[in-house]
Write a protein that binds this ligand. Structure first.
Ligand code: FPP
Length: 253
């Protein structure tokens, strides 16, 4: 995949609205605990919050919104929390796909489907299929997703296709990722104060801008989305170059 060239204008320009925003939706558990509620109530509130962040993202002109909903490492959480999150996703898909389809939202999935309950995996495949012709916002759900596993899967796919070692370059790996046609994230947001990437889009995030806030995910509202976009607009993206060389993303070789 070729990195998206945003502009050849000087670096001092306002980069405006990010085309692709990816979010690590952290802090559901802490949000719930602070209110004396069970952790799953936090995940439910976090799921509700997706609706308003989606709306604000659409209104702001964001084209791709990627949400880290369940990581490969999250399987290590207590069984009742894992099954609760899986149940929430299952019911949300059942309830929301028709509405999202009407809103011209294209649903994408990144991650592995094989470990999920068969009915959930089927519902995800159907949601992707039903909305695949939509031309509005791309809502990419990372569910049972891990960045390292994604890179391993990409390399395995290349080898299985008979790719010669010297043909396995950055462009080939980029083209073999789960959602190879999706541009790399311009902005990665993490809620609830932690300052780490947690195996999220680690290949694609090489030159993403990073934004962290103490606000827990269920409280990350439209104002907070706008705050993050505004801060992104103040950033200078250099893609490893000097300011005088222009702000264009490099071609992946
Ligand atoms: C992080 O909070 C959140 C998760 C691990 C799960 C997020 C899941 C959802 C919002 C629901 C299902 C997804 C969709 C797309 C409907 P945490 O539990 O790590 O919070 P803590 O750090 O405060 O404990």
């Amino acid at each position: 995949m070729t990195l998206e060239a945003e502009s050849t204008a000087p670096l001092t320009r306002d980069f405006g609205v990010p085309r692709h925003v990816a979010i690590i939706m952290d802090g559901n558990g802490r949000w719930a605990e602070r209110q004396g509620l069970p952790r799953l109530a936090g995940h439910r509130a976090g799921t509700e919050n997706i609706r308003r962040v989606l709306k604000e993202s659409h209104d702001a002109g964001i084209e791709y919104l990627t949400l880290y909903a369940f990581s490969t490492e999250n399987w290590g959480r207590p069984d009742d929390e894992v099954s609760g999150i899986i149940e929430i996703l299952g019911s949300v898909i059942g309830e929301e796909v028709v509405a999202l389809h009407k809103q011209n939202v294209r649903i994408r999935h990144l991650g592995v489907l094989g470990r999920l309950p068969a009915d959930l995996a089927k519902a995800i495949v159907q949601a992707v299929e039903v909305t695949k012709g939509n031309t509005g916002l791309n809502l990419c759900i990372a569910f049972d997703y891990g960045g390292r596993a994604e890179i391993v899967d990409a390399v395995r796919r290349l080898i299985a296709a008979g790719t010669a070692p010297d043909e396995i370059d950055e462009a080939a790996i980029s083209a073999s990722l789960y959602l190879a046609d999706v541009p790399e994230p311009d902005l990665i947001i993490r809620t609830a104060g932690e300052q780490r990437i947690s195996n999220f889009l680690i290949w694609q995030a090489a030159y993403s801008e990073y934004y962290s806030t103490d606000i827990c995910w269920p409280d990350f509202d439209a104002t907070e989305v706008q705050r993050a976009i505004d801060e992104y607009g103040q950033r200078q993206r250099r893609f490893g170059r000097l300011p005088t060389e222009g702000a264009q993303a490099p071609e992946v070789s």
